[in-house]
Design a protein. Sequence first.
Length: 517
Amino acid sequence: MGTSAKMQKYDRQVRLWKAEGQNAIEKSHVCLLYANTVGCEALKNLILPGIGSFAVVDDTSVDFSMDGMNFFIQYDQEGKSRARCTASLLQQLNPNVEMEYLEMSPEALIDKNIEYFSKFSVVLSSNLKEKPLFRLEEYLRSHKIPLLHFNSVGFAGILRISTHEYTTTQSQPELPQDLRLKNPWPELINYVKSMDLDNMDSSSLSEIPYIVLIIHVLLKVSPAHAQNSQEADDCAMFRKIMEEYKGKCDSENIEEASSNSWKAFKEYKLPSNVYEVLHDTRCVKIQEDSESFWIMAHCLKMFYDETEFLPLSGLLPDMNCSTQQYVKLQVIYKEKSENDILKFKKYVQQTLKRLNRSVEEITDLEIKHFSRNCLNIKVMDFKTMKEEYQPTSNSVLESSSIDSNSLLPWYLAFRIYDTILEKHGKNYKEAFSDTTKTISVAQSFLSQIGLEKFFDVVYTAIQELERADGHELHSISSFIGGIVAQETIKLLAQQYLPLNNTFVFDGVHSRTETFKL
């Protein structure tokens, strides 16, 4: 498919994650362990946006008593390989996506050939037993491959994300504005001073961008404004001068200047997300094998320590002014941004040389992208599931007080549900046939984490899972699969913030909740 045809096909999604996000998605390779309904729904929502390839690993045969809700299984496929049947139908959604399937137990594959997973960008799993799940997680983390583990039973669903770390330069849909109204640079000051705003007629004044108006007034209020913080009397004088301009020219740009004037008295401060990155040990003490993100973050800290500012993005908001004035101002901001990029690039190249790495390892495009989006950088760390499952390691659970609105009982119910299946096999009717046994396992589990007082509310959730008899409802699985795909795309494109780290859905009351466990 040609580039133009491809962009036309994916036009709407490219508006969300832009061309670089789409390229990352198209280069991705996704693996699904167990082709149940929720897993196929997740894959569906990844195949349609155009992932590069997918693989389905499943050793089971189609059983309509369990797979009847799966839209990617046909009625004449009873007893056939579930991996082959689902993979073939899923590929029909987007023939440009490559497909493979493996008729093998995921647990056996993890045990005998775990290296198989090294070729994937992300792994999706459902119904894995605890021991192979932990082993797979450890392997994937060592290879920096995200793992999304999920389940859908009856009216409830759960998703857990595990990855070694998540770094992004696009944590928000839009960049925060950085106009430097309080701290204009010399070229911007000279441009503002070059205009005699006080002697302009109302028609000419109405064409001036509000940025120029604000800086002009600030320079009148305090000639040393760019260097010194404002006093209370400066604020009062600023408001007085702005009122005079309003009386002289009742235009929209004057209104904009008044409504945005608070920005001129706001001290320049690192956003919390940037502060966390720049003070992270991985940023302060970079190593020879540090990833590109951390090298550039280290250089960003050097830039900030020297200049007391971050590189300017150069982006201007829409303003009521003439096109000519807007373009002139845009050029000044763009030149400042480009100069900051060049300065930042020098830091990057010097740092790479110091680490005995090639200066070409981080491209000019990456440097430019990082510099212009530095206000949006963010790092997220994810606790391992193995740590989470340790009875004494989860402070969130230990400090929890479960109220009527909390979905924590559903999380605990899923944990207990999996524990029962782990001990008594995957025959749902057999596993949950003995109520006394179920109660005993639940009490023991809750006692280990100090939440035995919440047995009644947790057991109610367990009974709801039992009532489903191991079956999925398509509407619930479709919803959970959509969430899984959404979070997967965030991880693949490294845009926006994935949930950290557990998502629970209660379909009975249509409620969702996330927990950092």
